[in-house]
Design a protein around this ligand. Sequence first.
Ligand SMILES: C[S@@+](CC[C@H](N)C(=O)[O-])C[C@H]1O[C@@H](n2cnc3c(N)ncnc32)[C@H](O)[C@@H]1O
Length: 231
Amino acid sequence: MLATSRNSELVNLLNRITVGETCFFRNHPQLDALRKIVLPKIVEAQAKSAVPQIRLWSAGCSTGEEPYTLAMIFLEESQGVLKGFRFEIEATDLNEISLEHARQGIYGEYSTRKLPPYFRQKYFLNTGESLQVNSMLQSKVKFSRLNLQDASRMVFMKGMDIIFCCNVLIYFDTSSKRMVIQHFYNNLTAHGFLFLGHSESLYGISEDFRLVHMPSATGYVKSPRTPVMRG
Ligand SMILES: C[S@@+](CC[C@H](N)C(=O)[O-])C[C@H]1O[C@@H](n2cnc3c(N)ncnc32)[C@H](O)[C@@H]1O
């Protein structure tokens, strides 16, 4: 009983102290790189598999603007580069209040300030004071609570082709960053791709990824580990 109440106190505290700043289409150049460079590469790598599918994880999704943005891009590409592919978008965060907001999918002017009119009209219902994500878009994202520092849960996020973990690791110390990045490495497929926020990098954190410079953004591709030579 005592443990349960301590646990709920901790959850309440985490809900209050986490910083959830986000918006739709937060980083246009990064999204262009996803669409024009990363998706075609992953499609090429996946094309021979029996069930062509792409799995994406928005880690530290806050109130949902990032994964819904990614879902809109995937839906748009369903008749383009992703034709014939299934896709799954998992979105996780530590903060339950943010996750509840994300599931409801109702947003005000601040969150939608960078949302292009085309997407606004196609994927949202205008309720007058706010925009509500439509049911088709809502059905494309699965939200769940996950603490990125909980190793016992991180092992279950296997088989991801793309991970977005933007503006989250800035709040972590170096050893926690290393631990989370190690899990990302293990959870990505062989050709998997990792996007961080534009002020974040893996410098001094991990050498298991190759930095990729694209015209509009940078990202990290999983590199095969060099086998240990035994004498
Ligand atoms: C600044 S928001 C980033 C939102 C979105 N990724 C973006 O770039 O727009 C940071 C999010 O990271 C989440 N976060 C912080 N520590 C976390 C942890 N240990 N596990 C999971 N999420 C965490 C916070 O709750 C918050 O929603």
